[in-house]
Design a protein around this ligand. Structure first.
Ligand code: C2O
Ligand code: CU
Ligand code: CU
Length: 543
């Protein structure tokens, strides 16, 4: 019995999630009084305890429970509940909405332990997306946690500071489990001495945004159909809130955005036409901000934007949209809102100068307290050797160590003609520990040349476990030039990535160093219906 009794009540109380999250679904509702999401290091009461802040242990469970997403009947969601069992409770936080969540905040080098209990009625696992962990801790589908069972995930945080996340990786069930709400954020915090932070406006305010498309029926139940072509929801939700609107201070904001959708690609741009200032990607802050007219964000990708509300009078508002684009994919049956259709993402209305009271997302990122010195900023040891290389968008013909062809064959999306097979690894999927390799992802659609194959083309979003990579080259075969022109200016290749959008007809080459662990890891399309249908393979890292 995992989802009832004293331990569950304790989760609810300690995590402070869920209560008070009843929303007016329109307007500036749901913001004030939401739990804080802020750098744990910014807490005042550290002192003597700071010395012990080198580990965080949580009890984590996946539960089924009601959430008030809209007026009317509550919606049954599947979500994570967490409570800190050892370490600083401020390292566990919530988003400013009813679900998903929670938000964990750690620093490089910390020990992290999650004692996970499966309160669902089906197998699940927990995968730490983007984190460099031993393979037995990676949530591989061959290591399921049965209903009612528990499993300990335990690892050292070796990643560079950045916005990572966690979600189920159950065999053929990742799509429905994520869709119903099993998504949490795992933030690795910068030290106050990080020069990239120093280059940004002071008193930067942080706002994590999990963007997801969802369909609710007329009794507020989540609608999902497991289709090979992907599932597209008919409205956009941010932090579990429909038509997300936030009251903000007239300050500079760091918008830390996860596209938590199953299949939906976002094309983020300001409604007022201002350029988008990108300060970070999957693997953390860029060396320097870059401006784009808009940015593309596929499922599982993260982007960090600088939104500057300084100097705006109270009542002034800025709106972030997902803009129209073409992806040349076959329409998803029954989707009321097609891929590439425009939609509002979020509205930010200036409510004054000062951060509103009530403790929310308003604390300067990187605020140090006495404890954190510049020595705190060091790349995680494992990554120190992997120097940032300039992304070579202009480069052509970089030799690839491996080529992965993404194709639709015999009614299935495949990787080099193969689909997922439990723990099987092919000869050409074995990688040597420490090797630096270039992998080429070739989106070949359903064959070459025009004809019906063209109709079955579509984007994919390729993700490698274990590593972070740089995009070193993009080329297109020209068959989808018109569609490509609607997205290409928003492809952000400047930073570290673990997931990359590969448009139809496109070849994307990425360079990664395969450390720190040997073992069995996954690479796959992160469009979750593609993944669940087998567009996923293992690679094995060997000594
Ligand atoms: Cu987001 Cu295989 O994972
Ligand atoms: Cu992953
Ligand atoms: Cu795909």
């Amino acid at each position: 019995m995992t989802s009832a009794g004293p331990s569950r009540r304790r989760f609810l109380r300690l995590a402070g999630l869920g209560a008070g999250a009843a929303l007016g679904a329109r307007g500036l509702a749901g913001v004030v009084g939401a739990p804080a999401v802020r750098p744990a290091a910014a807490r005042g009461r550290r002192g003597a305890r700071a010395a012990q802040d080198d580990a965080l242990s949580i009890a984590l469970s996946a539960v089924v429970e009601p959430a008030q997403l809209r007026p009317g009947p509550p919606t049954t969601v599947w979500r994570y509940r967490a409570a800190v069992t050892a370490g600083d409770p401020a390292r566990l936080q919530a988003l400013d909405g009813p679900f998903p969540g929670p938000v964990l905040r750690l620093r490089p080098g910390m020990r992290f332990t999650a004692d996970f209990t499966n309160g669902l009625r089906e197998d699940t696992t927990v995968h730490w997306h983007g984190l460099n962990v031993p393979w037995t801790m990676d949530g591989h589908p061959t290591m399921p946690v049965a209903p009612g069972d528990s499993r300990r995930y335990d690892f050292e945080v070796r990643n560079a500071p950045g916005l990572y996340w966690f979600h189920p990786h159950a065999h053929m069930r990742t799509g429905p489990q994520v869709y119903r709400g099993l998504v949490g954020l795992f933030i690795v915090e910068e030290g106050a001495g990080d020069p990239r932070l120093a280059a940004l406006p002071a008193d930067l305010v942080e706002l994590p945004l999990v963007v997801q498309d969802r369909t609710l029926d007329d009794v507020n139940a989540l609608v999902y159909t497991q289709s090979m072509m992907g599932f597209l929801g008919d409205d956009l939700w941010v932090n579990g809130r429909e038509r997300y609107a936030a009251a903000v201070a007239a300050r500079a904001h760091r918008l830390r955005i996860l596209n938590g959708s199953n299949h939906r690609i976002l094309k983020l741009g300001w409604r007022d036409g201002a350029p988008v200032t990108v300060i970070g990607t999957d693997g953390g802050l860029l060396e320097a901000p870059v401006e784009k007219p808009y940015v593309m964000l596929g499922p599982a990708e993260r982007i960090e934007l600088l939104a500057d509300f300084r100097g705006l009078p109270p009542g002034a508002a800025r709106t972030l949209d997902s803009l129209a684009f073409r992806d040349d994919s076959m329409a998803v049956a029954g989707a009321l809102w097609p891929q590439g259709g425009p939609r509002q993402v979020a509205t930010f209305t200036v409510a004054g100068d000062a951060p509103p009271a009530g403790g929310r997302v308003y604390l300067p990122v990187g605020y140090s307290g006495a404890r954190v010195g510049s020595a705190d900023f060091a790349p995680a040891p494992a990554l120190a050797a992997a120097v940032c290389r300039p992304a070579g968008r202009a480069a052509q013909g970089i030799p690839a160590d491996r080529t992965i062809v993404l194709r639709l064959e015999r009614g299935q999306f495949t990787l080099n003609g193969r689909t997922f097979e439990a723990d099987a690894v092919a000869e050409d999927e074995i990688v040597t520990l420490g090797a630096e390799e270039v992998w080429a992802f070739v989106n070949a659609g359903a064959g070459l040349g025009p004809g019906p194959g063209m109709m079955m083309a579509g984007p994919h979003v390729m993700h490698l476990h274990l590593v972070r990579f740089r995009v070193v080259e993009r080329t297109t075969d020209g068959r989808h030039a018109e569609a490509y022109a609607t997205v290409s200016a928003g492809l952000v290749d400047e930073g570290w990535k673990d997931t990359v959008l590969v448009m139809p007809g496109e070849t994307v080459k990425v360079r990664a160093t395969f450390g720190d662990y040997t073992g069995l890891y996954l690479y796959h399309c992160h469009m979750l219906e593609h993944e669940d249908q087998g567009m996923m393979r293992n690679f094995r890292v060997v000594e």
